[in-house]
Design a protein around this ligand. Sequence first.
Ligand code: HH2
Length: 276
Amino acid sequence: MFWQTTRFRIDLATPKVMGIVNVTPDSFSDGGRHDDTQRALAHCERLLGEGADILDIGGESTRPGAVPVPVEEELARVLPVLDGALKLGVPVSVDTVKPEVMKRALERGADIVNDINALRLPGAVEAVLAHPDCGVCLMHMRGDPATMQQRPAYDDVITEVSDFLRERLDLLRACGVEAERIVLDPGIGFGKSVEHNLTLMRRQRELLALGRPLLLGWSRKSTLGALTGRPVEERLAASVAAALASVQLGARVVRVHDVAATVDALKVWGAAGLGC
Ligand code: HH2
C-alpha cells in the first residue's frame, strides 16, 4: 500500500512514524515548547534525526475545551515553519481544519492535509481538489474540540466511526480524489470516552475493511493516563505500547510526539517479524 502525497509516494509496506510539531502555546502535552518559528524548525530537525518519516505541523490546539484560533494567527504560526520544513526532504503534513490554511499551505507545496474534521468545513474539499496530488488524512471526530468530551455516546462506536469514514471516503472518491491519496484515522480522544477509545483499539482491525491505510494517534492521550494513572509528561512507555499495538492491529502510520522511542520500538517489533 502507498500514500500518494504532493512530492512523495510513501511506501507503507513498513509502518511510518509521523512526528508531531505543535506550533501552539496551548497544546495538551507540549504547548509553548515550539511556538516560534526557530524553535519549531529546530524541533522538526530533531524529529528527523530521530527517524521521523513524516512531519505534521499544527498551529491550533485541538485538546478538549480548546478555543479556536483566528485564521490569520494560525497562518502566521504555520506557514513560516512549513516553508522551512519543506526543505528537509521528507513529506510534510499540515494539521488544520481551516480551508484557508489548507489552501495557503498547499500553494506553498505542503504534501498532506491532516484534518481532524475530515474536510467538513465549507471549502475544505475544494482546497484539496485544487491540488490533484496532495495526500489527505480524514479523521473521525464527534462534535468539536470545545464540547466533544461532554458525555460522548454511541450505540456502537466501531460501526459509527466506520460509517462516517466510509461516507467521507466515498465523497472524496466521487469528487475524483484517487484512493491512494487518502488515509483514515478513527480519531482517538475526539468525542470518545476511555471505553470508546479502548473499543476502537481492540476492534481496530474491523476498520481495515474500509480498504485504506489507517493512521492512529494515541501519543500521550488521556486514555493512556486513565490506564496507567500517569500525568501527560510520564506517558512515554504507554504511548510506545499503544503505537506498537496499533501497528500490530494494522495501522500503517502512527502520529507521535516521542519519535526516537517509537522508532526504536518499531525496529525491534519489525525484526521480530511483527506488525510489518
Ligand atoms: N490528535 C491530535 C491532533 N491532530 N490528527 C490526527 N490525524 N490524529 C490524531 O489523533 C490527532 C491529530 C491531538 O494531539 P496533539 O497535536 O498533540 O495536541 P493538540 O491538539 O493539543 O495540539
